[in-house]
Design a protein around this ligand. Structure first.
Ligand code: NAD
Length: 252
């Protein structure tokens, strides 16, 4: 199997660290031109796009702000003229004390929905309009095991904001297939990143390890090759699917 993404323009959100950085590097190594979105860490984003080469570039945006999401998309289109693959990876997981004040709980609820769900859907909306004109494209959305298994009450907003992602992905797959647009979802379990570290600081590393069927926690490099496969076109007939990568901690 030869995964080649040569000549493909790919937008990866949240690409300066964690799973997004691993995805960007993997796709770049397969020949893609990566439009790498970052929120804060410009130095690392620039470092990654320079390492990738292929005319890859970094783009800044706070995805909690819908205007910045639209502007991000516009900048990518202005720069490259088309988008072949959209990878919605950016996400935020907050532990919101279930018995906290309603006001702060709602603020954290809204923020997680804005980044994890609304920004993802808005980028899908923008990309689909252009992909229809350009004879198709592929969309890969990073959800979470929490979308299916559920999460703790403190992560209620996170889990439910991720729960919408398979539904968005399936709708796109079912109603854009004739336009040659394919959509896939990946649902990771624990992956060793800054995000998972926050959870482990709260619940302990043993909690995470005891939860899985393998001996080691999943790493970002265990996710990235599957994204490359979906992006390549070799798995187009799996459109609409969700791929679980959770070390058998939740098998359904
Ligand atoms: P991470 O915290 O290292 O990376 C998250 C990325 O999202 C960062 O680049 C961050 O800048 C970006 N981001 C967050 N809020 C943003 C905002 N307001 N505007 C723009 N960008 C923003 O975490 P990660 O583990 O690499 O997570 C990547 C994806 O994988 C997320 O969608 C996450 O929900 C999902 N996921 C992670 C795990 C895990 O255990 N690490 C498990 C399941 C799903």
């Amino acid at each position: 199997m030869n995964v080649s993404l040569k000549g493909k323009i790919v937008l990866v959100t949240g690409g300066s660290r964690g799973i997004g950085a691993a995805i960007a590097k993997e796709l770049g190594a397969s020949g893609a031109t990566v439009a790498l979105h970052f929120r804060k860490n410009e130095a690392e984003a620039q470092n990654i796009v320079q390492t990738i080469g292929n005319a890859s570039r970094a783009f800044q945006a706070n995805l909690a702000n819908a205007k910045e999401v639209i502007n991000l998309y516009k900048q990518v289109m202005t720069n490259y003229g088309r988008l072949d693959v959209l990878i919605n990876n950016a996400g935020i997981a907050l532990s919101s004390d279930f018995v906290s004040e309603d006001e702060s709980w709602l603020e954290e609820w809204d923020l997680q929905y804005a980044v994890n769900t609304r920004a993802l859907a808005l980028l899908c909306k923008k990309a689909i309009a252009d992909m229809k004109k350009n004879n198709g494209g592929r969309i890969i959305n990073i959800a979470s095991r929490a979308a299916f298994r559920g999460d703790t009450l403190d992560y209620l907003a996170y889990g439910s904001s991720k729960g919408a992602i398979p539904a968005i992905t399936r709708s796109i797959a079912r109603y854009c297939g004739k336009d040659n647009i394919h959509a896939f979802c990946i649902a990771p379990g624990f992956v060793r990143t800054d995000m998972a570290q926050d959870f482990m600081d709260q619940y302990g590393e043993d909690f995470a390890l005891n939860d899985i069927a393998l001996n080691a926690l999943t790493q970002p490099k265990d996710i990235a090759p599957m994204v490359a496969l979906f992006a390549s076109g070799l798995a187009d007939h799996a459109t609409g699917c969700t791929l679980d990568i959770n070390a058998a901690s939740y098998v359904h």
